[in-house]
Design a protein around this ligand. Structure first.
Ligand code: 4AD
Ligand code: MG
Length: 463
């Protein structure tokens, strides 16, 4: 058997008459008069390859083992397919079985599984149409992100996963410790003696790479991080994960206007890229998951984002006359229902909300002259709500120090962050895009657990 490895995606581009060996997992098998039809999928593209096995070509013994879920190598020649929807099929001369899959117990049968059920079989759901499509889109999206920044001379910086500072100041962090949690060493007063811990002080999984990103921006001018981030908030919602991936560009010499322009260009670029590279997968989502996926993406790639100040957004929400689940009051944070209303009903496209009250935003955002609001920007999109959060950063030492104190944070542990404002401080800005929120927007999938390979949520870290 030939050892040359062609993916099924590649095989579709080979000329009729080429001899190939394809490897993959059987999606389905159908027998009709004197012929067996097998759908073989290797994940390289949405479409499977149809294998056609004429009676007598492959032994009964072997053919019997070709069942849904089994893994095989099939050799043969590519021929024109009489069936509609595919240019070629493989006329099989030989089949080798790698692994069988007992039809009585293989959980993934051809049709009709709910996304909830598939979540319970995280080790097998990747072999389904929906998850195949989702993770190819996710791959293309990550490529689009790197391409966008690399083309613009941004330096990719890997910020730490273990940290001792709380970037968002919200205290929603997972602890990292090597102490014996059942019997930790105690100080004289009876509290935990962190000096004896691995780092000599409490440490956590990072909630954001921004603070370290700022260090790099103040040397390389334009940088971005792209890595996992962790939040221990107990939000059991369809849009929150305890572990998610975030892209955080940080730019020296950028003000909020520049920041907003970059965010818009960035989202449009990645949407265009995925539309151009994952058509087949997006068409599946459009057909089976969310009928507006393709039309909204095409529309967004071309239209100018809306923009509104928080204070005006509150007016819009108040005058809507809707009965909100969460009250609309100047000073309280926007909830998903408000975010979706603004983008879906008021603007009917992505909208950037700016200048939020300082009390609901982190200490690092630049204070406005009104002393009440900060140079924040959230990008809200239909169906999902907040997809990006960002701001211009406070570059003035005294004001930053005051903001740290007002936020109840220990200024001593932010000494290096304050130092950046003492030595060559410049105006700078950045934002964070939640990769999974973007995935929800691109695919129309409504639960964030379905756009990350292995979701971590309250009570769940299986697989
Ligand atoms: O708005 P957030 O909390 O902003 C930051 O972390 C800033 N440090 C970013 C920056 O300016 N560099 O988070 C940014 C984005 C959100 O808009 C959302 O898309 C996503 O990260 N996000 C989550 N995604 C999934 N699960 C969660 N629990 C998320 N929390 C935030
Ligand atoms: Mg936010």
């Amino acid at each position: 058997m030939s050892l040359q490895h062609h993916s099924i995606k590649q095989a579709y581009d080979l000329p009729v008459g080429t001899e190939v060996t394809l490897h993959g997992w059987v999606r389905s098998r159908r027998d009709s008069k004197g012929v067996t039809f097998i759908e073989l999928n290797d994940g390289s593209r949405f479409k499977s390859m149809q294998l056609v096995v004429d009676a007598g070509v492959v032994s009964e013994e072997t053919l019997k083992q070709v069942t849904t879920g089994s893994s095989v190598a099939a050799s043969g020649v590519l021929v024109e397919s009489p069936a509609k929807g595919q240019a070629v099929e493989l006329k099989v001369s030989q089949i080798k079985i790698y692994g069988t899959a007992d039809p009585a117990t293989y959980p993934l049968q051809k049709k009709g599984h709910t996304l909830e059920f598939l979540r319970e079989i995280g080790h097998l759901r990747v072999r389904s149409n929906t998850f195949g499509a989702a993770f190819r889109v996710r791959n293309a999206l990550t490529r689009a992100i790197h391409t966008f920044f690399q083309k613009r001379d941004f330096i990719y910086v890997q910020t730490p996963i273990i940290t001792t500072s709380d970037c968002e100041g919200a205290g929603q962090m997972f602890s990292v410790t090597s102490l014996n949690v059942r019997d930790p060493p105690r100080t004289g007063e009876g509290s935990i003696d962190w000096q004896q811990d691995f780092f000599g002080r409490p440490a956590y999984l990072t909630v954001s790479g921004q603070l370290e990103g700022e260090i790099f921006a103040l040397a390389f001018s334009k940088v971005y991080t792209f890595g996992p981030t962790f939040r221990a908030d107990n939000s059991n919602t369809p849009r929150h994960l305890a572990e998610f991936w975030m892209i955080e560009p940080e730019m020296a010499f950028y003000d909020l206007e520049d920041n907003m322009a970059l965010a818009e260009e960035f989202l449009k670029f990645t949407i265009r890229y995925v539309l151009d590279h994952c058509r087949e997968d997006l068409e599946f989502f459009n057909e089976r998951i969310e009928k507006t996926v393709l039309s909204t993406l095409e529309h967004v790639a071309q239209s100018k984002f809306g923009q509104i100040a928080y204070t005006d957004a509150i007016q819009e929400l108040k005058k809507s006359g809707r009965a909100w689940e969460f009250p609309v009051e100047w000073g309280s944070d926007l909830q998903t229902e408000h975010e979706r209303f603004l983008s879906e009903e008021v603007f009917k496209k992505p909208v950037i909300v700016t200048d939020y009250p300082k009390n609901i935003k982190p200490f690092y955002m630049r204070l406005n002259d009104d002393d009440k609001t900060v140079r924040a920007m959230d990008v809200l999109v239909p169906r999902v709500g907040e997809i990006i959060g960002g701001s211009q950063r406070e570059e003035r030492y005294d004001i930053l120090l005051q903001r740290l104190r007002d936020s109840g944070l220990d200024e001593k542990s932010y000494w290096w962050y304050l130092d950046l404002r003492r030595f060559g401080s410049v105006p700078h800005s950045g934002f964070g895009l939640g990769l999974e929120r973007m995935m929800m927007y691109l695919t129309g999938l409504k639960n964030i657990r379905d756009v990350i390979p292995f979701p971590r949520t309250p009570g769940n870290a299986e697989f």
